[in-house]
Design a binder for this molecule. Structure first.
Ligand SMILES: NC(=O)c1ccc[n+]([C@@H]2O[C@H](COP(=O)([O-])OP(=O)(O)OC[C@H]3O[C@@H](n4cnc5c(N)ncnc54)[C@H](OP(=O)(O)O)[C@@H]3O)[C@@H](O)[C@H]2O)c1
Length: 253
């Protein structure tokens, strides 16, 4: 039976690259995001390779998530792999200078959205059983603190712990769960984070030899196609050019 992957945030970055990677291997695709025109483009690009089903979806809306899942075409079911990829960072400034609404948007998307989709698709993944997988896109920010990460990093720490806790409850079902934690990767992520500041985005990536969306998509495909008895609980991946810094000390002047 052909495998099916359900990808949230398929309209850009890692999600779009993953749609191409899984299509190349013949997986059926269910692609979601808020931007209809980008979903239409993906449908046109990938339909010659595989069956593609797209649906506009804001993952923050649990009623909409449930409606999309209930209306999935039967020939795309059950789901083999869920890529919980939709997410964003906002407000790179210090916590004390951030709009509360930006914190709410990150919590609503990265936490509430991710659990909405997971809850709706668990029965289908359990029906698949051995070989099924949930790949939750966390971040190195979920493990390592840095200035301006505040709620973003905390939301990704949630993703890590939720992934581990899901593993406990899904034991015996065959469904694997991975917290995939990328470091610096060049996508539209920084453009979103800076609310459209292309110069800031370009400056961040300039000369950094950052990870590409394709690098992450390759890891997603690797995780989803491991032998069914193998589960990688957490996969942290950075560009070779990125590492940790020493602790900062604010000295009295
Ligand atoms: N790039 C990095 O350096 C990096 C590092 C670590 C982790 N990550 C994580 O990787 C994931 C993908 O990010 P990316 O780098 O590929 O960024 P991106 O290019 O900005 O893509 C983000 C995707 O999320 C979707 N999305 C955002 N809010 C949504 C919502 N409310 N409902 C549905 N879809 C939504 C966007 O689609 P629409 O706008 O069309 O809805 C878009 O397809 C995120 O979870 C991010 O936190 C990124």
């Amino acid at each position: 039976m052909t495998s099916t992957v359900f990808i949230t945030g398929a309209t850009s970055g890692f999600g779009r690259a993953a749609a191409h990677r899984f299509a190349k291997a013949g997986w059926k695709l269910i692609l979601c995001g808020r931007r209809q025109e980008r979903l239409d483009t993906l449908q046109q690009e990938l339909s010659s390779l595989t069956d593609v089903y797209t649906h506009v979806l804001d993952v923050r809306d649990s009623t909409a998530v449930n409606a999309v899942v209930e209306a999935l075409p039967k020939d795309f079911l059950p789901i083999t792999s869920l890529l919980n990829n939709a997410g964003l960072a906002l407000a790179p400034q210090a916590a004390q200078n951030v709009d509360l609404s930006d914190w709410h948007t990150m919590i609503d998307t990265n936490i509430t959205g991710l659990v909405n989709v997971t809850h709706a698709l668990l029965p289908s993944l359990i029906e698949t059983g051995a070989g099924a997988s949930i790949i939750n896109v966390g971040s190195i920010a979920g493990q390592w603190p840095y200035p301006g990460s505040h709620v973003y990093g905390a939301s990704k720490a949630f993703v890590q712990q939720f992934s581990y806790n899901l593993r406990c409850d899904l034991l015996g079902t065959g469904v694997r769960v991975t917290d995939l934690a990328p470091g610096l990767a060049e996508t539209e992520f920084t453009l979103v984070r800076t609310k459209g500041d292309q110069a800031a985005s370009d400056a961040l990536y300039e000369g950094a030899n950052a990870l590409s969306a394709d690098d992450i998509a390759e890891q997603m495909f690797y995780l989803a196609t491991l032998p069914p008895h193998v589960c990688i609980n957490r996969l942290e991946i950075m560009p070779t050019t990125q590492a940790w810094s020493p602790f900062t000390v604010k000295r009295q002047s």
